[in-house]
Design a protein around this ligand. Structure first.
Ligand SMILES: [Zn+2]
Length: 163
């Protein structure tokens, strides 16, 4: 296997490790390609062929798994584009800015959480917060709430039903 040397600056290897992902050749390769191509978004096939060009003859399944893994860990973003042959996934780099655009809504009772990754929402929040003289911390924001299940539990105990 050929060793891919990590370049200076935003070393893909470091970014993988920081995200808790074991840096494999496929994952480093995928990340490097999308870094080079950013802000363009690529389909899996394009990524696959870039890897081939670099002499990395990886299996489709390996590339697909690497892409999914990186999306799951917030290093890449995926969007769906509708085409004639159905929806196609486009993969792009999650910029450090966009990476912190997560808003987590967490149930304060049971910890059940929903993550919302919406860059425009984040931008809007950021400009609102800036108006107030603050800067958003570079981590997902957490909004505390209560999930439907906990809501139902508490309403059935605290509010006696008329029977
Ligand atoms: Zn809950």
């Amino acid at each position: 296997m050929s060793e891919i040397m990590a370049g200076p600056g935003t070393e893909p290897q470091q970014r993988l490790l920081a995200a808790g992902v074991r840096p494999t050749v496929a994952r480093i390769g995928v990340l490097q390609i999308l870094e080079t191509e950013a802000p363009r978004r690529l389909t899996m096939d394009t990524v696959f062929h870039h890897l081939l060009d670099q002499g990395l003859g990886l299996k489709h399944a390996t590339v697909y798994r690497a892409l999914r893994m990186l999306v799951d860990h917030g290093l890449l973003s995926r969007e769906w584009r509708n085409g004639i042959s159905g929806a196609k996934a486009l993969y792009g780099l999650m910029t450090p800015d966009a990476g912190s655009c997560g808003v987590e809504i967490r149930c304060k009772e049971c910890g059940h959480a929903v993550n919302i990754n919406d860059i425009s929402l984040h931008e809007q929040l950021r400009s609102l917060v800036r108006d107030g003289g603050l800067e958003l911390a570079a981590q997902p924001m957490t909004i505390l709430g209560r999930c439907i299940r906990c809501e139902q539990c508490s309403s059935s105990t605290s509010l006696p039903q008329s029977r």
